[in-house]
Every structure is written in structure tokens, then in C-alpha cells.
Design a protein around this ligand. Structure first.
Ligand SMILES: Nc1ncnc2c1ncn2[C@@H]1O[C@H](COP(=O)(O)OP(=O)(O)O)[C@@H](O)[C@H]1O
Ligand SMILES: [Mg+2]
Length: 206
């Protein structure tokens, strides 16, 4: 059986990651590909518990936040991502390792080498494709606030979120083949056109 492909969605708050998960699922379904939709932090029960801890604990040390997120990631990989890919299913994940570089690295200021160490130790695979939905911080924040339901990260300062954005862009420049930047300021239909083009590229349709 062919192994499934692994796609991740990245970007700051309110750029449209969750919105576009459904689009990607439908796009793949039309081609006879069933995708497992999941998210980080979270995706499996233990990791969802850790997600709540990370999102709701005040005063969490940056290092603690990083380790909790990687702890959830280990469980997520072992219990959901790897088995799904091995059984030939595709996995589409709302945030993954790049988010640790962006948030705990860029945002919280932890050394990238620390994150690289954890990644080498604990993460067995890289995504086949990462879609980086990129927009100025204010654009994403306005959308997240209009949507309601803001979390601890959405309540961070603009400077924090700007560092997150710049760290994502740095990741993109370092791996432009895997990470594809999509202009998330465009109307949703155009964002989805750009995502469809990347998916077609991955599928070898263009
Ligand atoms: N391209 C777009 N243009 C305008 N609004 C958008 C666009 N993409 C998403 N939205 C809206 O912005 C809000 C945040 O989107 P969401 O998918 O929840 O972002 P994220 O998961 O990245 O935080 C939602 O209300 C969504 O409907
Ligand atoms: Mg979301």
C-alpha cells in the first residue's frame, strides 16, 4: 500500500488555517483521497489535555510550554499521524513543528537550537507540504477577534505576534520547496485557488 501524504497548515492567529482545513479535505475527497484532519497542540486525548494546559495556564515558563507541546506531539505522532500514514491515509494537520519555531522560538525567544534538538530527537518525519498562510498581524488579529473565542496566544502583544510571523517567514526562506507561502490577505476564494494549485503540484497534476 502507498503511504499517505502529510500536509500541515501554518501561520499566525486568524489567517485562515482552520477554515481551509475543510477546503483541503473536500479537494482531496473529490480525488478519492480520504484525509484525516487533525491539529496541534492536540489531536489525540493526551495531547488535547496538554493543549488545554498550554492554552489556559497563566505564567507558564517558555521552556515548559515548549516541552508540553513536544510531549503532545510525540503522542500525536505515535497514536495518530504515523498509523494513518502507514495505512495509506493522508493527514492534514492544523500546525506542527514549524509552529514551535515560530511561537516558542520567535515569539518566546527560545534558541532555535533547542527546538532543533527536540525535533531531531522526537519527530520522525517532515511534512510533504506545508502551507504557510501569511498576513500582517493586524489582519489576522482582526479576523480572530471578529470570529470570537480568542486564546492566550491571540491575546499576546502585537510585537510577540510580529516575531511569530517573522520566524515563520524565516522557516519558509530556509525550506521554500516544502513550505509554500500563501498570501492570506486575499479573499478566501483566491486563497483557496492558491492552495489548490499547491495540492495539484503535490499530486503531480501540474
Ligand atoms: N481569506 C479570508 N478573507 C476573509 N476572512 C477570512 C479569510 N480566511 C478566513 N477568514 C475568516 O477569518 C476568521 C479566522 O479564520 P480561522 O480559519 O479561524 O483562522 P486560524 O485558524 O488561522 O486562526 C474566520 O472567521 C474566517 O471565516
Ligand atoms: Mg484555527
Amino acid at each position: 500500500m502507498k503511504r499517505g501524504r502529510f500536509i500541515t497548515l501554518e501561520g499566525g492567529e486568524g489567517v485562515g488555517k482552520t477554515t481551509n482545513l475543510a477546503f483541503i479535505r473536500d479537494f482531496l475527497r473529490q480525488r478519492g483521497i480520504e484525509a484525516v484532519i487533525t491539529r496541534e497542540p492536540g489531536g489525540v486525548p493526551v495531547a488535547e489535555t496538554l493543549r488545554t494546559l498550554v492554552l489556559e495556564t497563566q505564567g507558564l515558563a517558555a521552556e515548559a510550554e515548549l516541552l508540553l507541546i513536544f510531549a503532545g506531539r510525540v503522542q500525536h505522532l505515535r497514536d495518530l499521524i504515523e498509523p494513518a500514514l502507514a495505512s495509506g491515509r493522508w493527514v492534514v494537520c492544523d500546525r506542527f513543528v514549524d509552529a514551535s519555531y515560530a511561537y516558542q522560538g520567535g515569539g518566546r525567544g527560545l534558541d532555535w537550537e533547542r527546538i532543533e534538538y527536540l525535533e531531531r530527537w522526537l519527530v520522525s518525519r517532515q511534512p510533504d507540504l506545508t502551507l504557510l498562510l501569511d498576513a500582517p498581524v493586524e489582519v489576522g488579529l482582526a479576523r480572530a477577534r471578529a470570529r470570537g473565542d480568542t486564546n492566550r496566544f491571540e491575546e499576546e502583544t502585537v510585537a510577540f505576534l510580529e516575531r511569530v510571523r517573522q520566524a515563520y517567514l524565516r522557516r519558509w526562506r530556509q525550506a521554500p520547496q516544502r513550505i509554500r507561502r500563501v498570501d492570506a490577505t486575499l479573499p478566501l476564494a483566491q486563497v483557496q485557488q492558491a492552495i489548490a494549485a499547491e495540492l495539484q503540484r503535490l499530486l503531480g497534476e501540474r
